[in-house]
Write a protein that binds this ligand. Sequence first.
Ligand code: ADP
Ligand code: MG
Length: 300
Amino acid sequence: MNQDRPISPSAATRAAARVALVTCADLPGLDEDDQALIPALAARGIAAEPVAWDATGADWTGYDLAIVRNTWDYAKRRAEFLAWAHAVPRLANPAAVLEWNTDKRYLRELAAAGIPVVPTDWVEPGAAWTPAASGEIVVKPAISAGSIDTGRYDLATQAEPAAAHVRRLQDAGRLVMVQPYLGEVDTAGETALLYLGGAFSHAIRKGAILTGPYEAAAELYQEEHIEPRTPAAAERALADRVLGALPGPAGDLLYIRVDLLPSADGPVVIEVELTEPSLFFATAPGSADRFAAAVERRLK
Ligand SMILES: Nc1ncnc2c1ncn2[C@@H]1O[C@H](COP(=O)(O)OP(=O)(O)O)[C@@H](O)[C@H]1O
Ligand SMILES: [Mg+2]
């Protein structure tokens, strides 16, 4: 009899893993779609609880993993949010990834790597900006989420409100993005491709969102129309290329969402969501369980 053999605890006696599903104070019980993660994780013996990222008294050392999900209020408090992320001992996606991903300047890196992205003029605070005589444009801040502070302008008639929007963002010290409005979205919609644990899981179609100039709203995000979609081969190929152009291995990321707009030249990247993307579990049977399986692998 080998008395030195290490004792490995059985599944029944092993302490259940505990994870935090990180949300914001306005959604203390998580977005409805992400609530599906709680039973999916429980089925694998993982206890999950929603916790707001800025909750006073939260003990982040007490979780085997903290998973960012609905932190939709970070855009106006990015420095505070990133300081929090860097202080959490086990965070998915990792803090350095959140830092890279919460400022859309990363689109320039993707473009430099040969990835087609929405053509963008970057207007620094204090820089002059003169609207073209015609054409439809989008004005938005480089640090934003949920279409907040994002507006669409027809320059033939709305040059003045477009310039006022640019100025308002600049005056708040924000880097401004000016893009052509890619009108193909009106009919074809936007395509978001979801990767869980580094593997493609599912995709959705999001209807066009912008109808005109930005009007300040109290909401966390603009209303979205979502349905399941099978991505076109060119969309899937582009999203796979984006995974290869990220700053680290895609397999290290618990979740990745690649958002594409249609254009006359084929799909282009509008954004890559590695921070707090909706993952649209409700549109794809089995996807919450695939997420839970990826969490389980991470905990081992
Ligand atoms: N250049 C564009 N052309 C057409 N629609 C756009 C463009 N930029 C943004 N939009 C619309 O605005 C929404 C929000 O813009 P996005 O860049 O994804 O910012 P956010 O980080 O707020 O989601 C998109 O889902 C899309 O409907
Ligand atoms: Mg978006």
